[in-house]
Write a protein that binds this ligand. Structure first.
Ligand SMILES: *Cc1c(COP(=O)(O)O)cnc(C)c1O
Length: 411
């Protein structure tokens, strides 16, 4: 076999030949990026309003994060959880002092953070109330990851089809429906899990009254309230975590995506009383809290969690929402409305364009703007939190150009 050089280009078509076909990536292959600017193999420049699905919130190649990784990479990469390490202790200290939580468990992804949360909720209820208290209630259209347990808790049947038998004792209720929650949350429920802002489900914020009602119900029935903040946390909504914005405190919170700004890491945060349901050997993972991931996440957290940084996220949010509302007014045949919180935004398609979100993101990419979809009916924008006002203007201009192109092609 001849050696393959990382320095040489490789064709996009290779994907279709050697990758398991779980994705349909764009025809352009990114090779380099800085801030919100990204370049493909052909040297074409893009403005990135996806942030790798809400991951690179500090932008690509952020100097402080690159430096944190570089320093740690020449010191200590990995020791396994038979030893602790300095970065992970500092990260746990920083996360618990910034939140309601007393304790942290680290993993490598959002799914794994949620897997830990669901297992902890089961274990806690089992020890405290007995094995009958095992049901997990979650919302229709929610997304909690792709392990068999987390994808089954998620409320999108298209992702579990063909993977049966699924884990038992899971129930899905309509999102933002307090009456449905009152009926579902009975004595045999060990946990209710909810995304404060549904991401994959269409960029749909929970109502404040809904989260408050879930809190009250969980308290009354001895169930744990789990907030999946994998996508909406780490500054995305304008507070460090969305629960702070809502004023409703969960028992367990999960974070991932932006926590590592592109370095894989996930975290489950909880209280002393709940954490103590786990003991040595109850749960674990080889890479969780690895020094590289922890060093990066500590730097990310300390960069995002300052009043000045979060104030700027809120100012950028107001600016972009105003400009996207103007786009909706100018293209009423395409868009119905803008929704979301902070810099987690969705443009909901009007009836005539329902199901065609992908057509719009493709046209935007041709113009040099990277966008996401959230289901077939919503165009999703997750720009890095460091997006400038000039970049907001540029993104909106490129979006308008893309809309003109799709509208004239549709004639
Ligand atoms: C992305 C996401 C997950 C899954 O995270 P992975 O890192 O892909 O496992 C879970 N919950 C929410 C809300 C997400 O957006």
């Amino acid at each position: 076999m001849t050696a393959i050089s990382l320095a040489e280009p490789v064709a996009r078509q290779t994907f279709d030949e050697v990758m398991v076909p779980t994705y349909a990536p764009s025809s352009m292959v990114p090779v380099r990026a800085q801030g919100l600017k990204l370049w493909d193999q052909a040297g074409k420049q893009y403005l990135d309003f996806t942030a790798g699905i809400g991951v690179t919130s500090l932008g690509h190649a952020h100097p402080g994060i690159v430096e944190a990784l570089r320093v740690q990479a020449s010191k200590l990469w990995h020791v396994g959880n038979g030893f602790t390490n300095e970065p992970v202790l500092k990260l746990a200290r920083a996360l618990t002092s910034a939140t309601f939580a007393d304790r942290a468990f680290f993993a490598n992804s959002g799914a794994e953070a949620n897997e830990a949360a669901f297992k902890l909720a089961r274990k806690y209820a089992h020890a405290k109330y007995g094995a009958h208290k095992s049901r997990i209630v979650s919302c229709v259209n929610s997304f909690h990851g792709r392990t068999l347990f987390t994808v089954s808790v998620g409320g999108q049947p298209k992702y579990t089809e063909g993977f049966e038998p699924l884990p038992p004792e899971l129930q899905h209720i309509p999102f933002n429906d307090i009456d449905a929650a009152c009926l579902a949350v009975t004595d045999d429920v060990c946990a209710v899990v909810v995304e404060p802002v549904q991401g994959e489900g269409g960029v749909l914020p929970a109502d404040v009254e809904y989260l408050k009602a879930l809190r009250t119900l969980c308290n009354a029935k001895g169930a744990l309230l789990i907030f999946d903040e994998v996508q909406c946390g780490m500054g995305r909504t304008g507070k460090l975590f969305a629960y702070m914005d809502y004023g409703v405190t969960p028992d367990i919170l999960t974070s991932a995506k932006a926590l590592g700004n592109g370095y894989p890491v996930g975290a489950m945060l909880t209280t002393d009383a709940i954490a103590s349901a786990f003991s040595v050997g109850s749960h674990g993972t080889t890479y969780g809290g690895n020094p590289l991931a922890a060093a990066v996440a500590l730097e990310v957290l300390q960069t995002i969690n300052t009043p000045a940084f979060l104030d700027r996220v809120n100012a950028a949010s107001q600016n972009i929402i105003g400009k996207l509302n103007a786009v909706v007014r100018d293209y009423p045949q395409v868009f119905e409305k803008v929704r979301g919180r902070g810099l987690m935004l969705g443009m909901v398609l009007a009836d005539a364009w329902r199901g065609k979100a992908k057509d719009i993101t493709k046209a935007a990419e041709a113009e040099g703007l990277m966008l996401l979809i959230a289901g077939p009916d919503v165009v999703r924008l997750l720009p890095a939190l460091v997006v400038s006002d000039a970049q907001i203007d540029e993104g909106v201009t490129l979006l308008r150009r893309a809309l003109d192109a799709v509208l004239s092609a549709a004639k």
